[in-house]
Design a protein around this ligand. Structure first.
Ligand code: ZN
Length: 368
């Protein structure tokens, strides 16, 4: 049973940092969240939110001596149902804690998680002025100790916020120290960790959007989306896909002058260095911007690769394959670049390759 012991603040402590010890099987992990100058929720909610999916996956009840949001208690059943496809054997657990009542929330902000991928940028462009704050989290995808990376991300966030007229929030956290030994990252991410971070921001935000959530999977049909079920009484969580699929999000971003400058699609290179230009995300982004006529991208997107390279692409996920199809359709519809259309058709197996080569040859090129 994970027991959550919040570390109360003393007079000298920063309002911008909260922490708790998560004690389980005799081991104690101190989990903390820290913001760049925004007060954080001084309750146990963010930690319960964090512990919920790993605990339900391993059938461990949660114990806390401080009040916990009604929403977190009531949504355990639907949440287990919604995540059944992703976390085999998941089931609701007991949250043994007093009920949190009369939540004095007066926050009005609406936040959006951003990390430079097309999903977050698409949501930001599509949302217009409904978004008041953008949130970037250090310590989830990137290592906390990589200070060069953090500086680059902070700089990117600050300039992005100025461009879109929103307020930048940075949150750093070591929550992976607790999550990683207990649950596979792809089982809990992004819902659990992002919900915990969103809960910490209740003094500022009443609603937080999780971008690209529809791509996250075909969750159990008929159940609510898991992102919606992890909100607290104070902070509502909304999955958002900008009202379109991934190719549509590229089109939205391409249509807004200068927006593609903020795209950072690469998952291989670090944000401090330019895009690798080779990985599936890099190739997809450069093709999409080319097709939608917006090649004014910043240093994080390389120019479109040669067609021979594109024709050898392997679109590994269903979403990537569907996006490549949509880009091919757009390319043909717009009547631009017949060579690119041919290369895309070849990559999708709709047209035979120019020169047949053994499978390991292409495999080596793609995985390089
Ligand atoms: Zn890349």
């Amino acid at each position: 049973m994970p027991t959550i012991e919040r570390i109360p603040k003393t007079s000298g402590d920063s309002a911008y940092r909260i922490q708790a010890d998560l004690v389980e099987d005799g081991s104690r992990t101190r989990v903390w969240f820290e913001s760049n100058g925004f007060p954080l929720d001084d309750s146990v909610d963010p930690f319960v939110s964090l512990a919920l999916i790993p605990s339900m996956a391993r059938h461990r009840d949660i114990l806390a001596s401080e009040p916990v949001s009604t929403a977190l208690r009531e949504h355990k059943g639907p949440l287990a149902e919604a995540l059944r496809w992703r976390v085999p054997g998941i089931r609701p657990v007991t949250i043994d804690a007093p009920v949190r009542t009369g939540f004095p929330s007066t926050a009005t902000g609406v936040g959006l998680f951003v990390d430079g991928d097309i999903d977050s940028l698409g949501s930001l462009v599509a949302a217009g002025d409904r978004i008041t704050h953008v949130i970037h989290v250090h310590g989830l995808r990137t290592r906390l100790g990589d200070f060069e990376e953090r500086r680059a991300s902070s700089d990117w966030l600050e300039r992005l916020s100025a461009e879109f007229g929103v307020v930048p929030i940075e949150v750093s956290t070591n929550l992976r120290d607790w999550c990683d030994p207990r649950v596979r990252w792809e089982q809990t991410h992004p819902f659990g960790p992002l919900a915990a971070v969103a809960a910490t921001l209740s003094p500022v935000l009443r609603e937080v959007w999780i971008p690209g959530a529809s791509r996250i999977g075909t969750y159990h049909s008929g159940s609510a989306h898991p992102a919606r079920l992890l909100g607290t009484d104070a902070v509502e969580l909304l999955p958002d896909d900008a009202g379109t699929d991934r190719a549509g999000r590229y089109e939205l971003v391409a249509e807004r002058p200068g927006a593609s400058h903020w795209l950072r699609p690469c998952r291989r290179s670090r944000h401090a260095s330019p895009a690798c230009g080779e990985c599936a995300q890099c190739v997809e982004a450069s093709i999409a911007l080319h097709v939608f006529g917006a090649f004014d991208a910043g240093p994080w997107v390389r120019p479109r690769p040669h067609c021979s390279r594109i024709s050898r692409m392997t679109w590994e996920t269903e979403t990537a394959r569907r996006t490549a199809h949509r880009l091919l359709n757009a390319c043909e519809r717009r009547g631009i670049d017949p060579d690119l259309a041919t290369a895309l058709r070849r990559s999708l197996g709709l047209e035979p390759a120019a020169h047949a080569r053994p499978w390991w040859h292409w495999n080596r090129l793609v995985s390089r």
